[in-house]
Ligand binder design. Structure first.
Ligand code: SAM
Length: 339
């Protein structure tokens, strides 16, 4: 097993398959226009599968397809099928906003996808119009229903923002319960792209637990064998479980085994990292699997990133990048790095 300078293993890889998205969520893509990755830089499915194969030879066993909106990538089930053939991957998952999921859920299931996480921040169509500049709330709900119908284990991600959707915590828990899903409330993060972030808008894990305790009664933590999981899980007195990803107020860098490959083949060791490692150039210039594995292994061994913990220590916390910085390098965007 390859470990970094803080003894964290290389285990979980998030693969962004496109930087394009069909939503404009206020916490991720609030601008009117964006600088996109050049088309020729986007990795082919064969290139992605080869790189993932090299990662799994070094210990990665969890792969999550993400974006941008991954279902905007043409024929995602074909890539899924290629990855599902890799026996080293014990967890193959997809994070999507669900708008196109009803159309593709069955093909993804047939292709061997293991589970799905759908981002659902509000149950109110009018609110989604404001929050994500989209009137396709019904498509999102249809996607969630389709994922359940074909038998995917389902999680729902909800970014909680003060004054925006923090009055929907109970509604989201109840919606998830009815749909056999589990909600993960995510603290609003000051990542690249979140140019409107401010500390006041963050609803902390502590506050979320207070609201839910007032409604349901005593909440108990659920212990898990997977200490690297980003969400802490909890159980309501009625048995319903949910998670909270407290990256902003209680970061978990010490156990973070996640890294991110962008659609253009840049590999990031931390969501907050200033720079990534370009794997596309050596890949396209004829590097062997062994050479690429050496590059990946030596880069991981030098990893010392603790981005979220370092952000926590800042006196005047503000968005990670301003718009000009994001335009200068789209790799700084959350929608490029893959959430
Ligand atoms: N388009 C897909 C989706 O909507 O799930 C995948 C990409 S999206 C960038 C992945 C996740 O990142 C989503 O669950 C989204 O809510 C989360 N995310 C994006 N910006 C965030 C922010 N500023 N704070 C917390 N979570 C964020």
């Amino acid at each position: 097993m390859i470990v970094d300078s803080l003894s964290r293993p290389l285990r979980s890889l998030r693969v962004s398959v496109t930087d394009r998205c069909n939503l404009r969520c206020r916490y991720c893509m609030p601008e009117q226009d964006y600088v996109w990755l050049p088309r020729r830089s986007i990795l082919t499915f064969e290139e992605i599968a080869r790189l993932v194969g090299i990662f799994t030879s070094l210990g990665v066993d969890k792969v999550r397809l993400t974006g941008g909106e991954p279902l905007l990538r043409h024929d995602l089930p074909a890539l899924t099928a290629m990855l599902a053939k890799n026996p080293a991957i014990r967890d193959l998952a997809l994070t999507t906003n669900g708008l196109l999921l009803a159309k593709h859920a069955n093909a993804l299931k047939q292709a061997g996808l293991g589970r799905v996480t759908v981002s659902l921040d509000t149950l109110r169509p009018d609110r989604m119009r404001e929050l994500a500049r989209s009137d396709r709330h019904a498509d999102m709900l249809a996607g969630i229903a389709a994922a359940g119908a074909v038998g995917f284990p389902l999680k729902l991600n909800s970014v909680v923002m003060r004054g925006v959707n923090d009055d929907e915590l109970v509604d989201l828990i109840e919606f998830a319960r009815v749909h056999g899903a589990e909600v993960r409330f995510i603290e609003y993060m000051d990542v690249g792209g979140a140019t409107q972030w401010s500390a006041e808008q963050v609803v902390s894990q502590r506050e979320i637990l207070e609201v839910l305790t007032a409604r349901y009664g005593a909440i108990t933590p659920v212990t898990t064998a997977d200490l690297s999981a980003p969400a802490e899980r909890f159980r309501l007195p009625n048995g319903t479980t949910f998670g909270i990803v407290a990256s902003t107020t209680a970061p978990f860098c010490r156990t973070c085994d996640r890294s991110r490959l962008t659609a253009a083949g840049t590999w990031f060791l931390c969501l907050y990292a200033e720079r990534g490692t370009d794997l596309r150039e050596p890949l396209r210039n004829g590097a062997s699997d062994a050479e690429l594995a050496d590059l990946i292994a030596s880069t991981w061994r030098g990893r010392a990133d603790r981005g979220a913990e370092e952000r926590l220590g800042l006196a005047n916390r503000a968005p990670l990048f301003q718009v000009e910085g994001l335009r200068a390098d789209p790799h700084r965007e959350m929608h490029t790095r893959g959430g």
